[in-house]
Structures are given as structure tokens and as C-alpha cells.
Unconditional design. Structure first.
Length: 325
């Protein structure tokens, strides 16, 4: 979550006339995240989140995000529920940009991640994959291997050499080699379906160490289910010094397997997809590090974390024998 488009009280009051969710009491921008503009609204009927979709989001993809949240809610999953307006429409426009309102989920994200938290996250993801098994709508993952080649070119062009060298000598060469290796052995035959695509700690809410909400479905898409788990492993299974924590890794796997059992092929390819996930976030953070607008009320995330994680998974994968596709 973030704030790129600023709103004032009058604009929000006028916008809320489209809905039947009460009168505005207060509002505040939410600066966490990097993708869209988000505001916490408090009305006479309760709390809500207003999201304005920014340039990276194709308006044609927004119905996918709305429908998957409605689908998961229908199955009893704890994710935001899109709110329809007085004309039963979910998608509106504010300041010339597509906009939705969803309900507010109670709880807070955690900074100090425990082994039990990781177990719950794995279980929650497995449940999400089960509940979305019959979700028929598909959306291509623009941030899977199809999109990385463009990201690599963009990073090579716009990120200053001084920034790259400070992170790691010959970083772009290392990234290119990693990309070529991943493409060569990418496991196209693994089970696919709906994935969240961004299950980081700031997108999971807890109360008393129990998950109460999973938010930010705006990277969600159709891809290899295991890739979703690999993203979560990158996000949850390292300590604050970016050291891999095997107990957290085992806990997240145990939680996932309790809801959806991984196949032998999925177990075999998990390290490769962990390397792929670390490369994906290294690329997007590297690009955003020097391309986030100064006027945006958002804090870009340092790519250094994913330089370290990428190195770790490359070392693991180096000792595994894959067969070329």
C-alpha cells in the first residue's frame, strides 16, 4: 500500500455519496507498500479501505482482483471484501483513476516473526489455494519469467552503475546468468492456479498470534502454485540480518502441506522457484529504488535484502541436477 494520488476531505465526502456506507468521520493515507494509493476511511458505518489504482495496474485486470476476493470471501476466507455502490457497481473512478472500496480487516502485521507464525502462513496459503481451486477466471503473471527480461533491460539502463556496484560487483551480469538458468529449467508442468503473488508479512494481519486477515491482492494472478509458496519463503524464512532460518522454512512447509500436499516434483523444484522469487523481487526493488516519484508518499524498499537472498538460493540450487526443458 502507498499514496501516490493525494485526496482532500471534500473529494472523499463527494465520492462517498456513490455508496451507502455512512458519512466520513476521518481519513488517512497508508504509506506501506509500493503499488497503489490507499486510504483508511472511518465513517459513521465503520472502517473501510479506499484504493486508487495507479499506472502499473491495467484497468482490464481489476475485475479479476475484485472477483477473486469475492470468491474467497464466499468460501469464508479472511480477505478484504469489495463494497458495491448504490448501483451495485464495484469499480468507480476518482481523480480520473480506477478506484474501489473494500471492508477493513482487524489486526496488525508482525515485525517479529515466529516459527508458529510461519506455520500459520503456510496453512493460510494452502487454504487459499484450495478455496480458489474452482476459480475459473485467469490472469497472466506479468512479473513471472515473461516479464523479467524487460525488467533486466530497464534496470541495466536506468540504475546507475554506482548503485549496482555498491550492491554487488557485476550485479547485472549475475542477474542475467540467473535468469538464463531459471528459464532453461523452468518447470512448466507443475500445477497452476490462482496465486496471491505478494504474501509478505505486511500483507498478513494477526490478533493474539492468529491470522485474521490477508490483504493486497493486486499482484494476484494465475501461475504455478509452488511459485506462491516460494515467494512466501523468501518473505518469511529469513531473520532481520537476512540469514535463512530452516525452522521457519520447515514450519511454513508443514503448514502448507496440512492443507494442500506438495507432490514430489513440487518438492524437487521448490529451491529453483525460491531462486526465481528472489530474482523477481531483486529486479522490482532495484528498479523502484531509483524510479519512485519524489512526490509520492511512499518509502521504496532497499534491494540489498534480495541481493543476499538471491545469493543464498543460487548456492542451494547449484548442488541440484536439473534436466533442461
Amino acid at each position: 500500500m502507498a499514496v501516490y494520488t493525494n485526496l482532500n476531505e471534500g473529494q472523499i465526502i463527494e465520492f462517498l455519496k456513490l455508496y451507502d456506507i455512512g458519512e466520513l468521520i476521518s481519513f488517512s493515507g497508508i504509506t506501506e507498500g509500493i503499488e497503489n494509493s490507499n486510504f483508511h476511511l472511518k465513517t459513521s458505518n465503520g472502517n473501510f479501505i479506499l484504493t486508487i489504482f495507479e499506472k502499473r495496474v491495467d484497468i482490464k485486470d481489476i475485475p479479476f482482483f475484485i472477483k477473486i476476493m469475492l470468491h474467497l470471501n464466499k468460501n469464508g476466507y479472511y480477505c478484504p471484501k469489495p463494497i458495491c455502490d448504490k448501483n451495485d457497481k464495484f469499480l468507480q473512478e476518482l481523480k480520473g483513476k480506477p478506484t474501489i472500496i473494500v471492508n477493513f480487516l482487524e489486526g496488525k502485521s508482525k515485525n517479529d516473526i515466529t516459527i508458529e507464525n510461519c506455520n500459520q502462513v503456510g496453512s493460510s496459503m494452502g487454504l487459499m489455494h484450495l478455496y480458489s481451486k474452482d476459480f475459473k477466471i485467469q490472469r497472466d503473471n506479468s512479473l513471472s519469467i515473461k516479464g523479467w527480461e524487460t525488467l533486466i533491460k530497464n534496470c541495466s539502463t536506468v540504475v546507475p552503475a554506482s548503485v549496482l556496484d555498491k550492491l554487488q560487483p557485476d550485479l547485472m551480469k549475475d542477474i542475467q546468468n540467473s535468469f538464463d538458468f531459471i528459464v532453461k529449467f523452468w518447470p512448466h508442468g507443475l500445477p497452476k492456479g490462482f496465486i496471491h503473488g505478494d504474501l509478505f508479512p505486511d500483507n498478513v494481519f494477526f490478533i493474539n498470534d492468529k491470522i485474521t486477515g490477508v490483504i493486497d491482492f493486486y499482484f494476484s494472478c494465475t501461475d504455478i502454485l509452488l511459485y506462491d509458496l516460494a515467494i512466501a519463503i523468501n518473505a518469511w524464512c529469513f531473520d532481520k540480518q537476512d540469514n535463512f532460518q530452516d525452522k521457519k522454512y520447515q514450519a511454513i512447509l508443514k503448514g502448507y502441506n496440512s492443507k494442500r500436499k506438495l507432490s514430489k516434483d513440487e518438492e524437487f523444484f521448490l529451491p529453483l522457484l525460491c531462486q526465481a522469487a528472489s530474482l523477481r523481487f531483486l529486479l522490482t526493488r532495484l528498479f523502484d529504488w531509483v524510479n519512485t516519484p519524489i512526490e509520492a508518499n511512499v518509502v521504496p524498499k532497499n534491494p540489498e535484502e534480495y541481493v543476499t537472498k538471491h545469493k543464498y538460493f543460487k548456492q542451494i540450487v547449484k548442488n541440484i541436477k536439473y534436466v533442461e526443458n
